[in-house]
Write a protein that binds this ligand. Structure first.
Ligand SMILES: NC(=O)c1ccc[n+]([C@@H]2O[C@H](COP(=O)([O-])OP(=O)(O)OC[C@H]3O[C@@H](n4cnc5c(N)ncnc54)[C@H](OP(=O)(O)O)[C@@H]3O)[C@@H](O)[C@H]2O)c1
Length: 244
C-alpha cells in the first residue's frame, strides 16, 4: 500500500515516531528518519539500509532546516512526531521551560513544513500528519499550559495548511492520542506510578493506555491513499477517554 512512498518521520528515535517507522517499513515504505540520538538512528539504518535515510538533527535549530533538507530529495509524506512535555504550573511558571516546549512542539513543525514547501520536496498528493494530543484541543490538565497550547496550535495549523496546500492535492491532518506507553510519560518523574494507574482506569477501552503501534496504524491510514479525501481534520485515538 505504501511501497512506492517515501515518508519523512521526526521523532523517529523513540516512542510513537519509532513505532511509526517500524510500521511504515513493514508496509514497504522508505523513510527519512529524523532525531538527535545517533545510536538509535544507526540501528534503524541497519534494519533496512536501502529504504532508510537518517538525519541527525535538532529540529529547534531553525536556521538550519533549509540546509538539512537539501539532501532528502522528494517525499510523499511527513509525520511530525518529535515533541516534549514539561510540568510548568502557573505558581512556579518558567518562561524558559515554556519556550523550550513551544520551540520543538509548535515552532519547529511550521518551520519544517514551510521549508519543505519552499524547496519543492513534497510530491503532489503528499500527506502530512502531525502527532497532536487530546490534551489541548480536547481537554485540559493542570500544569500543562505550554504543551496544551502547542497541541491546540497543531490542530489549527492542520486546518490552515490543508487549505494552503489543497491545490497541490497535499493533505494535512492530526492524530490526537490520549496517553500512550512511551518514554514521554515514564520520564515524567513528577507523575507517580499510582496516579498513572488511576488515570488508566478512566480509559473506557480496556482501562489502559494505548501502545505506540496503535497510533502508528492510524498514521498509516492518513498517509495512505485510502484517506484521499480527508484533510484538515483531527483523528482522535484515545480509547474513548475524551467522549465522557
Ligand atoms: N506518549 C504519550 O502519552 C503521548 C500522548 C499524546 C501525544 N503524544 C505526542 O506524540 C509525540 C511523540 O511522543 P512520544 O511519546 O513518542 O515521546 P518520546 O518517546 O519521548 O519521543 C520523543 C521524540 O522527539 C524527539 N525530539 C525531542 N526533541 C527534539 C529535538 N529538539 N530535535 C529533534 N527531535 C527531538 C526525540 O528524539 P531524540 O531523542 O533523538 O532527540 C524522540 O524521538 C509527541 O509530539 C507527543 O507530544 C504523546
Amino acid at each position: 500500500m505504501l511501497n512506492k512512498k517515501t515518508i519523512l518521520v521526526t521523532g523517529a528515535t523513540s516512542g510513537i515516531g519509532a513505532a511509526i517507522c517500524q510500521d511504515l517499513l513493514g508496509a514497504g515504505a522508505s523513510i527519512v528518519a529524523v532525531g538527535r540520538n545517533s545510536d538509535r538512528l544507526d540501528v534503524l539504518k541497519t534494519q533496512a539500509p536501502s529504504r532508510v535515510k537518517i538525519i541527525r538533527f535538532d529540529l529547534t535549530q531553525f536556521a538550519d532546516h533549509k540546509a538539512v533538507l537539501t539532501d532528502i530529495g522528494t517525499i510523499d509524506g511527513l509525520v511530525y512526531s518529535a515533541g516534549i512535555t514539561d510540568s510548568n504550573p502557573l505558581r512556579f511558571f518558567s518562561l524558559e521551560k515554556y519556550q523550550k516546549v513551544i520551540d520543538i512542539n509548535q515552532t519547529a513543525p511550521i518551520v519544517l513544513v514551510s521549508e519543505l514547501v519552499r524547496a519543492g520536496c513534497l510530491n503532489p498528493a503528499s500527506s502530512i500528519v502531525f502527532i497532536s494530543s487530546i490534551l489541548g484541543p480536547r481537554i485540559g490538565m493542570k500544569g500543562t499550559a505550554a504543551y496544551a497550547a502547542t497541541k491546540a496550535a497543531l490542530t489549527a495549523y492542520a486546518k490552515v495548511m490543508a487549505l494552503e496546500l489543497a491545490h497541490k492535492s497535499i493533505r494535512v491532518n492530526c492524530v490526537s492520542p490520549g496517553m500512550v506507553n512511551t518514554a514521554l510519560i515514564t520520564n515524567q518523574h513528577q507523575v507517580s506510578e499510582e496516579s498513572l494507574r488511576i488515570d488508566m482506569q478512566k480509559y473506557p477501552l480496556g482501562k489502559r493506555f494505548a501502545e505506540a503501534r496503535e497510533v502508528a496504524t492510524v498514521v498509516r491510514f492518513l498517509l495512505s491513499d485510502e484517506s484521499s479525501f480527508i484533510t484538515g481534520t483531527e483523528l482522535v485515538a484515545d480509547g474513548g477517554y475524551s467522549i465522557q
